[in-house]
Design a protein around this ligand. Structure first.
Ligand code: SAH
Length: 196
């Protein structure tokens, strides 16, 4: 099942609106790319426990500060490691209701440190194995920077394989999209596809 829609909101806001119905105060959630911590904070405010990953120490510092300022730090496990090691840090018995990827580079930092298609696909496969029956994975991809187009292409190929194996896939575009603008993908188990 494949659907496409357009949004007038920022894609980060659209992702938050989309995943909110999947979260409860019992939920485990995962931020696979904490960056400056906007998604980590959102997940912490709507989940029981969040596991958040980044390879850059300055991302952990920015996220820790944001969580402290919002009194949410105790809900979050900040993990200084690549998301390709997801399964080494999260017990396989644990199931997540929301797993969020916001790819590319850390804003206002070294733009050469980017997510890479190989590790992103490894992490996405790990994410699927950790997804709860009624969970959702969301991915914001940025084809506009060097390497971003190849990463987007790898994600599309990954999705095409899954599409035939019982997953519902949505692609969300900005109404203001230009060449190279970010695009969102979401993925759910088809057997539990609610109307959103
Ligand atoms: N969600 C963030 C933006 C993410 S930017 C926000 O709301 O601000 C992308 C982040 O991915 C960067 O911080 C970068 O350090 C991180 N990153 C790059 N490769 C990674 C990897 N293999 N595992 C986890 N994070 C990675």
């Amino acid at each position: 099942m494949l659907s496409t829609r357009f949004t007038k909101h920022s894609l980060v806001t659209e992702v938050h609106k989309t995943i909110l119905p999947f979260l409860s105060d019992q939920s485990i959630s995962i931020d696979a790319t904490m960056g400056n911590g906007h998604d980590t904070l959102f997940l912490a405010q709507h989940s029981h426990k969040v596991y958040a990953f980044d390879i850059q120490e300055n991302a952990l510092q920015a996220t820790r500060k944001r969580l402290e300022n919002n009194h949410c730090l105790d809900k979050v496990n900040l993990i200084h490691a690549g998301h390709e090691t997801l399964l080494e840090h999260i017990p396989a018995t644990l199931k997540a209701d929301a797993i969020v990827f916001n790819l590319g580079y850390l804003p206002h930092a070294d733009t050469a440190i980017i997510t890479l298609k190989k590790t992103t696909i490894t992490a996405l496969n790990a994410a699927i194995s950790l997804l709860s029956d009624k969970g959702i994975i969301s991915i914001i991809t940025y084809p506009g920077h060097p390497g971003g187009q190849q990463e987007l292409q790898a994600i599309i190929e990954w999705y095409q394989g899954l599409h035939y194996h019982g997953y519902a896939i949505s692609i969300i575009h900005s109404m203001h999209e230009k060449l190279g603008s970010p695009i969102v993908f979401t993925l759910q188990n088809l057997s539990n596809y609610p109307s959103i």
